[in-house]
Design a binder for this molecule. Structure first.
Ligand code: PRX
Length: 651
């Protein structure tokens, strides 16, 4: 495989950590990192056993790692543990009165919960779930705005061993139906609505629509968030507050097997339905805890803010499990970054004296566009560390983040990982890694990352190839929910003989061995840091009565990183007019969610195809990006198709 790597490799600026920062951080020197990393991949069992000892166990494990039947790993077999206990109970003696969640709603309402208060709410809600018949191993769907109750619901599931499946509140009813049915969830937890840019997102209405097609759901718990009246179906629906009032306060954490499933989180694949990534309790918790501690250099008095929604993996690992397992104070904000104004985030940083701030490149690019004034109005001197996640951060955005937000003094951790890896896999360690704008730098402990060719041979520095992880790690996904075959096929088949995990990203290492992530190698789009399958968007388009055929590709988008471009062939009798394009955008928004709505619609009488009938997306990508097509076109069935598409674009 050859990937175009020239553009990134001319970045040579290096930013060593400041001596002040290094002096206080958990790990002191670059040599210390190298030695510990080497040890962690050479003696993974020894390394992880030492690290796992810092978690609270009901029973210690018998065996650290079981890789007897790859690709199905097991970690800490024989151990008994509970993630909710590790995030709450164990902190009560020393941190009972420390704020755990400091939340602000979009309209400006505020709520803070200490560890003791959060523990009490979680216990009560765990009893609510039990009262509704939820048992260990059942799956619970959670579809909520970013409110404290979302974290409470997640931790309550973990407490009793129920498997949570959080579905991002921006998804539409059909997307919800697929995910609820795939996991066979029995209970759905939602809210009357949530706030986004001053508008109410009517979550309960969407759930009502979805629940017409989900036979397994017997209970829907509805939190009152906006106060807007919603219909309640007798027998099925119950109000959060009513149930909490009646519930008992005590609920000891269940003593669960290390490998007990903790959660399912759906993510897009290149083909077919979304993949239910399954994570197991002990290994996942350990990954989230350890990376939070080292990558975010968490200290007792930090005020930590990760802006991600809990509907994505970043929110699971770095709003809930990771920081809470470390006893940190976590800021949560419900709404949009530009409501009521473009300085909302900086206003929050100033008022709460946020010290560690973790966000996505798409947000950083939006802030750059909104201008420095919004930032300069606020005192951001409390910040000491910045993080980035979700897609490659372009060096220009990195520099802006460093200078304008970080005042030139905060290290930036550009963290590469995936829903599948469970926790950060490649990232600087802020006290010791000299950073380079746009590079995620080096692997975290226990991660044996490499860049390889088609045969799985490690490539020399400077040559782009497949990013792989060569041995299992505790927080890796265990399988795809209900689909072991697809799990093997997607992640392991390509390098089956070597047992390497295929990340699906291209990467290259520079002269000094720094990792640079080059983006996806499959047909998965990365829109605003979230993975979207071209296939899903195409299916949604084809489901529209006016559409005969559709192909979807990504194109470079100033804010979103990648935008969605759809090439559509309309059926006879359907005029290819702007009104139809608008109707199709709305249709995708309604069937998947706003995040998937196409930015461009190109009508075409035919799609460029190979003689065997495969759509040549590479060529469509060139059209969408407005660049010349290079490379082999001999397989193209009808050259006219492409010429017409280009001509039309220039009109
Ligand atoms: O392509 C990589 C990109 O996001 C993908 C994972 O997406 P998801 O599972 O939704 O998780 C997002 C949050 C962890 C990766 O395969 N990606 C994520 N972080 C980075 C990145 N690409 C480059 N640099 C990053 N820091």
């Amino acid at each position: 495989m050859s990937l175009n790597i020239d553009s990134v490799l001319n970045e040579t600026r290096t930013f060593p950590p400041s001596p002040e920062f290094s002096a206080k951080s958990a790990l002191g020197s670059w040599e210390e990192y190298r030695a510990l990393h080497e040890r962690s991949v050479e003696d993974p069992e020894g390394f992880w056993a030492e690290q796992a000892a810092h978690l609270a166990w009901f029973r210690t494990w018998d065996r650290v790692r079981n890789w007897d039947a790859p690709p199905f790993a097991k970690w800490f077999e024989g151990g008994k543990i509970n993630a909710s206990f590790n995030c709450l109970d164990r902190h009560l003696p020393a941190r009972g009165n420390k704020p755990a969640l400091v939340w602000e709603g979009e309209p400006g309402d505020k709520r803070a919960l200490t560890y003791r208060e959060l523990h009490a709410e979680v216990c009560r809600f765990a009893n609510v779930l039990k009262g509704r018949g939820v048992r260990a191993g059942d799956t619970v769907a959670i579809y909520m705005p970013l409110v404290p109750e979302l974290a409470i619901a997640v931790l309550a599931c973990a407490r009793i061993g129920a498997i949570h499946s959080v579905i991002f509140g921006g998804f539409s009813a059909p997307a919800l139906v697929d995910r609820i049915n795939d996991a066979a969830s029995t209970v759905v937890i939602t809210a009357d609505g949530g706030w986004r840019r001053g508008q109410v997102v009517e979550l309960k209405k969407i759930v009502d629509e979805a629940l017409k097609g989900t036979p397994t759901v017997h209970t829907c718990i509805v939190l009152e968030r906006t106060g807007k009246p919603v219909p309640m179906e007798a027998g099925r629906d119950a109000r959060w507050d009513d149930l909490m009032r009646e519930a008992k306060p005590d609920c000891p954490a269940a003593e669960l097997d290390s490998e007990h499933p903790l959660f399912i989180l759906y993510t897009s694949g290149s083909t077919g339905k979304p993949k239910g990534i399954l994570h197991a309790t002990a290994g996942y918790l350990l990954g989230a805890q350890l990376t939070s501690k080292y990558v975010f250099d968490l200290r007792e008095d930090d005020v930590y803010w990760c802006t991600a929604d809990i509907g994505w993996v970043t929110g699971h690992s770095y709003v809930v499990y990771g920081p809470l397992a470390n006893g940190a104070t976590v800021v949560m904000y419900e709404g949009a970054p530009n409501h009521p104004d473009t300085d909302r985030f900086w206003d929050i940083v100033e008022r709460y004296r946020v010290t560690v701030f973790y966000t996505a490149p798409t947000a950083i690019r939006a802030f750059m566009k909104w201008g420095d004034e919004a930032v300069k109005k606020h005192d951001l001197s409390s910040l000491r560390l910045l993080g980035s996640v979700g897609e490659p951060i372009n060096p220009e955005a990195w520099m802006w983040y460093h200078q304008v937000i970080g005042g030139g003094r905060c290290p930036i951790v550009d963290t590469w990982w995936q829903t599948e890896t469970g926790s950060i896999a490649i990232s600087p360690l802020p006290g010791l890694t000299p950073t380079r704008p746009g590079s995620a730098t080096f692997p975290f402990f226990g991660i044996d990352a490499a860049v390889v060719n088609e045969k799985g041979e490690e490539l020399p520095n400077g040559q782009g190839g497949f990013l792989v992880i060569r041995q299992p790690w505790p927080s890796m996904l265990r399988t795809l929910w209900g689909d072991d075959e697809r799990f093997k096929e997607v992640y392991w088949k390509r390098f089956e003989d070597k047992g390497y995990y295929l990340a699906g990203d291209g990467a290259v290492r520079d002269k000094e061995g720094y990792f640079w992530i080059l983006g996806r190698i499959d047909d998965v789009l990365n829109v605003s840091g979230h993975r979207l399958s071209t296939m899903e968007v195409e299916s949604a388009l084809v489901a529209h009565p006016a559409v005969v055929e559709a192909a979807v590709v990504g194109f470079a988008h100033e804010i979103k990183g990648e935008g969605v471009a759809a090439f559509v062939t309309a059926g006879a009798g359907h005029a290819q007019v702007p009104a139809l394009a608008e109707a199709l955008k709305k249709h995708v928004r309604d069937t998947i969610g706003a995040i998937a709505a196409p930015d461009q619609i190109h009508f075409t009488d035919a799609l460029p195809k190979t003689r065997s009938g495969k759509i040549m997306r590479r060529l469509l990508r060139d059209v969408a990006n407005g660049v010349e097509s290079k490379g082999d076109m001999t397989t193209l069935e009808d050259l006219n198709v492409l010429a017409k598409l280009r001509a039309q674009d220039e009109e």
